[in-house]
Design a protein around this ligand. Sequence first.
Ligand code: IDP
Ligand code: MG
Length: 138
Amino acid sequence: MTMSNLEQTLSIIKPDAVERNLENEIKEMFKTNGFKILKEKKIQIEKSEAEKFYKVHETKPFYNDLCDYLSSGPIVVMVLEKENSVLGNRELMGATNPKDAEEGTIRKKYGISIDKNSVHGSDSVENAKIEIDFFFKD
Ligand code: IDP
Ligand code: MG
């Protein structure tokens, strides 16, 4: 018997990638890898919203720069759906630092640096729900 585990995860195309017009190429990578884009919107967020989104990192030395960065320009936020999509998206994104990312991953292909690493992806099913609500709850 095959058990289905259809999950949703939140993906963000970050300002460095939107700025370089990589939105469509990155979406193609998701679709080619079997992700369905259920919802999407291009927005620019306030720094205060970035601070809330990245609250888990508030004690980190890079927190302030990270929040400045995420609010610095347009981003594309998406709800992706696939079997085991949370882990699958983390694999497709690659390591946080593009230098460490495997061949064929989004961050290897498009990431510029550890801060300008082109995409965000939820790191657990629980956080995916919180992050999807953050951007898509009316
Ligand atoms: P993730 O995006 O791979 O989940 P996290 O550890 O959750 O990585 O960090 C969130 C974001 O913060 C990263 O995507 C990256 O842009 C930034 N970041 C993480 N570590 C550093 C660092 O050491 N210096 C600068 N920016 C960092
Ligand atoms: Mg993370």
